[in-house]
Design a protein around this ligand. Structure first.
Ligand SMILES: C[S@@+](CC[C@H](N)C(=O)[O-])C[C@H]1O[C@@H](n2cnc3c(N)ncnc32)[C@H](O)[C@@H]1O
Length: 231
C-alpha cells in the first residue's frame, strides 16, 4: 500500500489529478446539501487537502474556512480557489485535533476522507484521537450546528463495503456517538484506461490498479459514506 502521509506532503499535485476524476456525476455536493442546506451557512472544513469539497461548498455557502496540516496540499487548494474568483473563503494550516478556529464560529463542520486515517495511524488509541477531532468540531459549532464526516465505503466497489480497518470506527460513530449515516456513489471517470491504472495505483496500490487494468474501463466505481449529527 502506498504511504499516504508521504503523498499528502510530497505529491499534492498528483493527488489533485486523481480526485479531479472522482465523483464525476457530482453527487457528493447534493448529498451534503440534503443533510445541511448550505445557503447562508458558515462552514469550517477539517483535512481539506487540495480543496475538492472547499470549492464546491464555497459556491453555495456564506463562507468556508478550510484547514489541513499539509502545506503542499493547501498550496494546491489555494491556487484552485483563487481561480474561482470568490471572496468568501479562507485557507489555513490546522491540525484536526487542535483547530486554530474560535469556538462557535460555524454552522457546519465537515471533513472528507481525513478522520478515517485515525484507525490505521493510531491502531491502539484511535477512539481517543477521533474523540479529540469530534470534540473540535463540536467546539467550533454554534448551537444547532451540524457535523458531517465523509469516508470511504470502497473504491472499486459498486455496493458499500466496510473495510476491516474502518468498520469499528464507523460502528463507533453510529452506536456510541449517535451519528446517522447513508451512502452514495462517487465513481471516478478517467481520461483513459492508462490514466485510471496509473492514478489508482499511485494512491490505492497495485492490487486495485491490476483489477482496473483487467477490467479495461476508464470508469472506476466507488462507494462513499456520509455520517452526520446535529448538536
Ligand atoms: C484523503 S485526503 C482528503 C482531502 C480532501 N478532504 C478531499 O476530499 O480530497 C486527507 C487529508 O487529510 C489531511 N490530514 C490527515 N490527518 C490530518 C490531521 N491530523 N490534521 C489535519 N489534516 C490532516 C491530509 O493532509 C490530507 O490532505
Amino acid at each position: 500500500m502506498p504511504n499516504l502521509r508521504a503523498i499528502y506532503f510530497h505529491h499534492a499535485n498528483r493527488y489533485e489529478d486523481l480526485i479531479a476524476c472522482e465523483d464525476y456525476k457530482n453527487i457528493l455536493i447534493r448529498a451534503i446539501g440534503e443533510i445541511c442546506p448550505l445557503e447562508g451557512r458558515d462552514v469550517v472544513e477539517f483535512g481539506a487537502g487540495t480543496g475538492r469539497i472547499t470549492r464546491q461548498v464555497a459556491s453555495l455557502a456564506r463562507s468556508i474556512h478550510a484547514f489541513d496540516y499539509s502545506h503542499p496540499m493547501l498550496e494546491v487548494a489555494h491556487e484552485k480557489m483563487n481561480a474561482l474568483g470568490l471572496s468568501n473563503w479562507a485557507i489555513s494550516m490546522g491540525e484536526n485535533r487542535q483547530m486554530p478556529a474560535v469556538s462557535q464560529c460555524a454552522d457546519l463542520a465537515i471533513e472528507g476522507w481525513s478522520f478515517g486515517h485515525l484507525p490505521s495511524w493510531y491502531p491502539n488509541g484511535w477512539q481517543r484521537q477521533a474523540s479529540l477531532a469530534l470534540g473540535e468540531m463540536e467546539r467550533i459549532l454554534r448551537p444547532g450546528g451540524t457535523m458531517i464526516l465523509i469516508e470511504t465505503l470502497g473504491t472499486g466497489y459498486e455496493e458499500p463495503k466496510r473495510y476491516e480497518s474502518l468498520s469499528a470506527f464507523y460502528r463507533w460513530l453510529e452506536e456510541e456517538k449517535g451519528f446517522s449515516s447513508n451512502w452514495i456513489r462517487t465513481d471516478y471517470r478517467f481520461e483513459s484506461v492508462e490514466q485510471a491504472v496509473d492514478l489508482i495505483g499511485f494512491f490505492f496500490g497495485d492490487e486495485l490498479a491490476e483489477k482496473v487494468a483487467i477490467k479495461q474501463s476508464r470508469v472506476v466505481p466507488e462507494c462513499t459514506g456520509l455520517w452526520w449529527r446535529t448538536i
